[in-house]
Design a protein around this ligand. Structure first.
Ligand SMILES: [Zn+2]
Ligand SMILES: [Zn+2]
Length: 297
């Protein structure tokens, strides 16, 4: 029986990346779960990255490790099996939700690839994230991001296209959670306008897709770690989503034990400051997951 004394808002639906499956994570999955218990979480969603099934999208760090597409695919498929056994071992100490985070490259095939993983493995849920826009990596090195700005013609054009791709992904895959909605601001040039009328319109369309499919918006504390001063997404997006009735939940996007739970208390205050007093959470029930609402105070 899981202790009922834990704060109902101590939950993360996005994170738990671990080093047996992900090149840029640094702790084992067991260590991540122990850290989640120590952080006071009652529920911890583990959402390893789906692989990019094309050698053009291997990270330089993966290539340096000697990894290829077959290796990252095998890592993920091993994760998809292991996560169930590992979660079961912890089940009387913490609720572990077993998910994965989508990858949006290669652009021409990623929707089919993600659907295939979703149907082939018994994951509890999926976090829909966009890290690549039309095969340009917007979450990696600055050179890649700058190439994307040049390709699209301006930061505004790239950002607008990014949010359109988010909306398409949500409509096509219907993920239960949408990850770091305004990730495009991570590498934005200093002084870039993040909320021009065109960008706001594209964000509005993405939020409309999220609302239509009843997905939960990830309040992602990696924004603090990246020096952005707030979680993803920005306050105006939070307020707009909340006004539309979209549910919100925390994600620590942890890739190491020291990320687990980091920024959660600040993110709770951030939501309260923006008029949000509850979050949407999942619990296990009847072999699946059921959504419920938990108070922030
Ligand atoms: Zn990662
Ligand atoms: Zn992500």
């Amino acid at each position: 029986m899981i202790s009922s004394s834990k704060d109902p808002w101590r939950v993360s639906l996005h994170g738990g990346h671990s080093n047996a499956y992900c090149d840029h994570a640094s702790s084992t999955l067991e260590e991540m779960i122990e850290a989640a218990i120590a952080a006071g979480y009652h529920t911890f969603g583990v959402t390893e990255h789906a692989p990019r099934l094309d050698a053009r999208f291997l990270y330089p760090e993966e290539i340096a490790l000697g990894w290829d597409v077959a290796r990252i695919a095998a890592n993920f498929e091993r994760y998809a099996v292991d996560v169930h056994a590992i979660a079961d071992r912890f089940e009387n100490r913490i609720t572990i939700l077993r998910g994965f985070e989508t990858e949006s490259a290669p652009a021409a095939r990623y929707l089919d690839i993600m659907r295939d993983y979703r149907t082939r493995y018994p994951f509890d849920y999926m976090v829909g994230s966009i890290h690549y826009v039309d095969d340009f990596h917007i979450d990696g090195r600055m050179e890649g991001f700058e190439r994307a700005v040049v390709h699209f013609g301006s930061f505004e054009a790239l950002a607008t296209r990014y949010y359109r791709v988010v909306a398409e992904m949500v409509d096509a895959l219907q993920p239960q959670v949408v990850g770091h909605l305004d990730l495009i601001r991570k590498n934005a040039p200093a002084g870039a306008v993040l909320d021009s009328p065109a960008i706001r319109e594209a964000v509005g369309a993405a939020l409309e897709s999220i609302r239509r499919h009843d997905a939960i918006l990830d309040i992602n504390t990696a924004g603090y770690r990246k020096g952005l001063g707030s979680p993803y997404p920005q306050p105006w997006i939070i307020r707009e989503a909340h006004a539309m009735g979209i549910g919100l939940c925390f994600g620590d996007d942890s890739h190491a034990v020291h990320d687990v739970g980091a920024g959660l208390e600040s993110a709770r205050l951030y939501l309260l400051d923006n008029g949000v007093s509850t979050i949407s959470v999942f619990r296990r029930a009847g072999g699946g997951i059921v959504r419920y609402t938990a108070p922030l105070t």
